[in-house]
Write a protein that binds this ligand. Structure first.
Ligand code: HEM
Length: 491
């Protein structure tokens, strides 16, 4: 017995050495925070404001930071030039196969946000081709958006002061639901409130552990709520149920060759390909793809619009200049449409500057290195998870000069024309670039200009100036603030 007890410390040491060996940094891997056995550097990586920590780590470790999340190798790309390189290289266009990404899609990797390989290529191509007919195209989107702006205007006319918190969610979810399922909801509809709740929850989880379950899936059995599992699955099941219901309704009234919305087109593709054993088109695939569009498209656009109002009350001179430009080109009675974007370069510059300075997605969902590769002299093993700091690109002092100053003119040339800047990648770039970029840009333009055509927005007397620092969940949103809304008379 005594001899056995004597060997325990030795055994303990052997286990420790073994664990340390298993969690060692691979050779020629980028430097980074200490990797502890089992947890890796999980606790060194903050769950909030990761983009700001990465700005500091760039000085401490260099432009590429190596870490471990539990047993997973992770590279955090902190330098702006390295961000551009990674996004442009196809081998970094994968997505990590994380537990929760599978769990939310019927334990397979479906949809377009978290899938990769040939499945992702086919689904993304199909979505891009057909969504153009139902709202991603300019003219089809205008009518839907005008209806939403009319509804929003009715709400704004009910009182002088309005809180700006989730002000645009209903309009944007309605836009997406019309594209996907062919109908809009009245703002009071209880089913609509349920959908809004699910979409909102998917973005603003206050779970203390974040989605810890992605790194340690067994935690869902031990601490289901704290690990993020229970809350995550609540919204997944809720949204899936509503989409399934809508698909059933579509099937009842389905007419071949007649497409009312995206669900109809996808259902036809399922039917056309049902005898092909390798088809990627299934009902589950349709549900997850629609969920992806809601989750990727709703908060991003709504939050950007909130930031637009925030900058308009902080910079009344800019608001006036946008209104003057609109008045010169469109007058006050013609409702702006997406086709007017090129005719209103100053307005386009203002929207671009709002998106740059308050990057809505400072660190996009992780990418995956799909084959062992070299990056800036380091070796990145296959399946390494890769986070890029878009914020670093959009706030690089060397490139922008004054990145923290709100200055729309930086996007105008000497003749006052809109001047694109390749570093302004708010929608990311490369193969994984945002699928909804054109819809987002058009929707932002139409809602923003239509509202500024009808109303003047200012800070209510006595209210403090709202902070420009965003609150971060998966996307950045302003702290709640209030606006005074004054209808504009005829010119
Ligand atoms: C201001 C609005 C928006 C911004 C700033 C934005 C930004 C982004 C960013 C940064 C990514 C990550 C790209 C990467 O992983 O490198 C992304 C992906 C994506 N976005 Fe957007 N987005 C916006 C609106 C939308 C809208 C309206 C939709 C569709 C309805 C949409 C659909 C998607 C999808 C499906 C992906 C995943 C693409 C893929 O992995 O292949 N987004 N977006």
């Amino acid at each position: 017995m005594a001899a056995m007890l004597g060997t325990l410390p030795l055994l303990f040491m052997v286990v420790l050495v073994l664990l340390a060996w298993m969690w060692r940094r691979p050779s020629r891997f980028p430097p980074g925070p200490t990797c502890w056995p089992l947890m890796g550097s999980f606790f060194a990586v903050p769950k909030k404001d990761l983009h700001l920590t990465l700005m500091r780590w760039k000085d401490e470790y260099g432009p590429l930071v190596g870490a471990m999340f539990g047993p997973r190798r992770v590279v955090l790309v902190a330098g702006p030039r390295e961000v551009l390189e990674v996004l442009r290289r196809d081998e970094f266009a994968g997505r990590p196969r994380m537990f929760f990404f599978k769990e939310r899609s019927f334990r397979k990797l479906l949809g377009v946000v978290f899938s990769d390989g040939p499945f992702w290529t086919e689904q993304r191509r199909f979505a891009l081709r057909h969504l153009r007919d139902f709202g991603f195209g300019k003219t089809s989107m205008d009518n839907i958006m005008h209806e939403e702006v009319d509804e929003l205007s009715k709400v704004l006319l009910t009182s002088e002061i309005h809180p700006v918190s989730r002000m645009f969610n209903q309009a944007i979810v309605n836009l997406l639901w019309t594209i996907v399922a062919g109908r809009r909801f009245s703002y009071e509809d209880s089913q609509f409130q349920e959908i809004l709740g699910y979409v909102y929850k998917s973005f603003r989880s206050d779970v203390p552990g974040g989605v810890l379950v992605n790194v340690f899936p067994f935690l869902r059995f031990v601490i289901p709520r704290w690990s993020g599992y229970e809350e995550g699955m609540e919204y997944v099941h809720g949204l899936q149920g509503m989409l399934r219901e809508s698909i059933r309704e579509h099937e009842k009234s389905f007419t071949e060759g007649y497409h009312r919305d995206f669900i109809d087109v996808y259902l036809e593709e399922i039917r056309n390909k049902k005898n092909l054993p390798e088809t990627t088109f299934t009902e589950e695939g349709l549900i997850v793809l629609c969920m992806d569009l809601f989750i990727a498209g709703s908060d991003t656009v709504s939050n950007t619009l909130e930031f637009c109002l925030l900058y308009m009350v902080l910079y009344p001179g800019v608001q006036l200049a946008v209104q003057r430009e609109m008045e010169d080109v469109l007058g006050r009675s013609i409702m702006p449409s997406a086709g007017d974007r090129t005719r209103l370069p100053y307005t386009e510059a203002v929207l671009t500057e709002v998106m740059r300075i308050n990057t809505i997605v400072p660190v996009p969902p992780p990418h995956r290195c799909m084959k062992k590769t070299e990056l800036q002299g380091y070796t990145i093993p296959e399946d390494t998870m890769v986070f890029v700091n878009l914020w670093a690109l959009l706030h690089d002092r060397e490139h922008w000069g004054d990145p923290h100053v709100f200055r729309p003119e930086r996007f105008l040339d000497a003749e006052g024309r809109f001047a694109r800047d390749d570093w302004c990648c708010v929608f990311s770039l490369g193969k994984r670039t945002c699928l909804g970029e054109s819809l987002a840009r058009n929707a932002l333009f139409v809602v923003f200009t239509s509202l500024l055509q009808r109303f003047e927005f200012s800070l209510p007397a006595g209210d403090p100036a709202p902070s420009t620092k965003g609150r971060l969940g998966l996307t950045s949103t302003p702290e709640p603030f209030r606006v005074k809304v004054t209808p504009r008379g005829p010119s």
